[in-house]
Design a protein around this ligand. Structure first.
Ligand code: PEP
Ligand code: MG
Length: 612
């Protein structure tokens, strides 16, 4: 394997894909510079509005198709595009240009479109750059309409014409193109632009198409027809893989497939070690389409229901009714099992458009999470009411993110009781309270865990943030990825402290950070004494397999040793050895056949770090 035959980008949708490359160029159409006589000006303005109206109609139709194919929430991506295309201020500037300079509608529109694009590109705002693919897509649609070109989805390309399974490569993937891809024919996606939070990435993930984005120079390096092997988890692409690469990937995938069948069969079996320790294995749910796989993989409830998705891609906050309906839907899916709803965790790396936050120099140390909810009752109170309403006859619980002070929990509880009383007065069916827990994800919460436990009904440890704040390492900074160490003994010691405080107070202590989704680390958590894990849906089968394969007694010994070690590397090595003595450790890495991919000691940010 030569270095030149490997490309790397950001793995945004997991899975392995193999096939020839098809290059898709979604270029802007050629727009001739065309002036018009003064008497034609009003006609051009009317044409502009007709084109916008037409595009709004196509986007609405697309939104409805997406709602059926990928889900209601995903379809809201197109609501954001509809708002963009009808932006009054922008359209007024195009009208002015038509009138003042006697230009055709397409010439004026293209001029203003380019101006806006370069403004966004130079703005330095990650939020605007992230939405660039959406802007380009709607501008292309309007120009195509004005030029009288056909208005197929994304205009000139459709996967229906493919007669073999291919991997699509584009400079930039728009959500509209991504969502209309035929999953049977398009087995992988690559783009030069984009990150995990791009709308196209979110849709690829929802549709289950492996995808790698941010691969700079991909179009120069890969010609149409070149055979590729792509790993949507690690972000690795092999160009013209050798027979050996392919055989290794295939045999790895075959062994994994056999294991997957075994794991499927164990979905309804308990998460118990061979020597009889029983754990509760729950699922994290970030997006609605994760509900089904979580149930299918036998999750015993939801240990972390991320709610930010309800806001993402929308211009307005979700209503109380919408939230109630979503919580009821999740509760119904998990029947008798508990569902732990996390209040909005806004700020930090999550800035949906509907959340108007001031610019801050250090957003992770800023106005975020529970701080926002307590300061903005108009955001928090409807959510509290929705939880209470959905909790009638259901085991719903409320979890507060980023708690650092006892008063945050007591104030949230007061607000919940106030809302419960208001609902009762209004005669609206609702629970009179739900259990309230704190996410332990700051060193302050760990150090105060004994007192926090006095005001909490449960704890859940968020190891992503706990690692970030303990190691003083920004969890989203790629340059510091090697220094983001959940296995650092400084983190492990805190895990022990939290568990002891919870045990002393008689409240449960779960773990919902990504550490619990990493199979080798499960052994450590089990050995430390955690019996309630909440993991991402795809990780459920492997985590259960590890629990069912490793003796609890070996896990206890490993955890005790780990607590005395000095470095994260030593801890990871110890865990690997412990796991390897119980099962074929290579099978824990779903994509182990591709170079540059091993079980890592650090984790990517979860999928729901969305900015729009
Ligand atoms: C965490 O911080 O570990 C966590 C589970 O929350 P999030 O990743 O959403 O911040
Ligand atoms: Mg967190």
């Amino acid at each position: 394997m030569t270095a030149s035959s490997v490309l790397r980008g950001i793995g945004v949708s997991p899975g392995v894909a193999y096939g020839p490359a098809v290059i898709v160029r979604l270029d802007f159409p050629e727009v001739p510079d065309r002036g018009v006589p003064p008497e034609a000006v009003e006609g051009e303005v009317a044409r502009l509005h007709e084109a916008v109206h037409h595009v709004v109609g196509s986007l609405e139709a697309l939104r409805d198709r997406v709602a059926q194919r990928a889900g209601e929430e995903e379809s809201r991506i197109f609501d954001a595009q509809i708002l963009m295309v009808g932006d009054m201020e922008f359209l007024a500037s195009v009208e002015l240009l038509i009138r003042n300079n006697f230009l055709s509608a397409e010439t004026a529109y293209e001029f203003k479109a380019l101006e806006l694009r370069s403004l966004w590109a130079d703005s330095g705002s990650a939020r605007l750059r992230e939405r660039m693919a959406d802007l380009t897509a709607i501008q292309r649609r309007v120009l195509h309409r004005l030029l009288g070109k056909p208005d197929k989805d994304e205009n000139e390309w459709s996967s229906a014409e493919l007669d073999e399974q291919v991997i699509i490569i584009a400079h930039e993937l728009s959500p509209g193109l991504t969502v209309q891809l035929d999953r049977e024919r398009v087995v992988g996606l690559i783009s030069e632009e984009g990150t995990r939070t791009a709308h196209a990435a979110i849709l690829a993930h929802s549709l289950g198409i492996p995808a790698v984005m941010g691969v700079s120079g991909a179009l120069d390096r890969i010609k149409g027809g070149t055979v590729l092997l792509l790993d949507g988890q690690s972000g690795t692409i092999l160009i013209e893989p050798s027979r050996h690469d392919l055989e290794a990937a295939k045999s790895h995938m075959a062994r994994r497939h056999r294991l997957e069948l075994e794991m499927d069969a164990a979905a309804s079996e308990p998460a118990a070690t061979p020597d009889g320790r029983v754990l509760t294995l729950m699922s994290n749910v970030d997006l609605p389409e994760e509900i089904e796989p979580a149930v299918r993989h036998g999750a015993q409830g939801v240990g972390l229901l991320r709610t930010e998705f309800l806001i993402t891609g929308r211009a307005t906050l979700p209503t109380e009714d919408e939230q109630t309906a979503y919580f009821q839907r999740v509760a119904r899916a998990f029947r008798r099992h508990p569902v732990v709803i996390r209040s909005f965790d806004l700020g930090g790396d999550k800035f949906p458009a509907a959340f108007q936050a001031p610019h801050e120099a250090n957003p992770f140390l800023g106005w975020r999470s529970i701080r926002v909810c307590l300061d903005q009752p108009e955001i928090f109170r409807p959510q509290l009411r929705a939880v209470l309403r959905a909790a009638v006859d259901r085991d719903l619980q409320l979890m507060l993110p980023l708690v650092t002070q006892v008063e945050e929990v007591t104030r949230a509880r007061e607000m919940m009781l106030e809302e419960a009383a208001a609902l009762a007065r209004a005669g609206i069916p609702a629970a009179d309270r739900v259990p309230i827990g704190a996410m332990v994800e700051t060193p302050a919460a760990v150090l105060m865990a004994d007192h926090l436990a006095e005001v909490c009904d449960f704890f859940s440890v968020g190891t992503n943030d706990l690692t970030q704040y303990t190691m003083a390492v920004d969890r989203g900074n790629a340059r510091l990825a090697d220094r983001f160490m959940p296995h650092h003994p400084a983190v492990l010691r805190q895990l022990r402290t939290v568990l002891e405080a919870g045990k002393a107070a008689g409240i449960s202590v779960g773990i919902c950070g990504e550490m619990a989704s990493e199979p080798i680390t499960v052994v450590l958590l089990m050995g430390l004494g955690f019996t309630q894990l909440s993991v991402s849906p795809p990780a459920l089968p492997l985590v259960k397999w590890v629990i069912r394969s490793v003796q609890a007694e070996a896990a206890d010994r490993a955890a005790l040793t780990a607590l005395g070690l000095r470095t994260a590397d030593e801890v990871v090595r110890l865990l690997r050895e412990t796991v390897a003595s119980h099962l074929d450790i290579r099978l824990l890495d779903p994509h182990g056949a591709l170079p540059g991919r091993g079980l890592s000691a650090s984790f990517p940010s979860p999928t729901i770090t969305i900015t729009d």
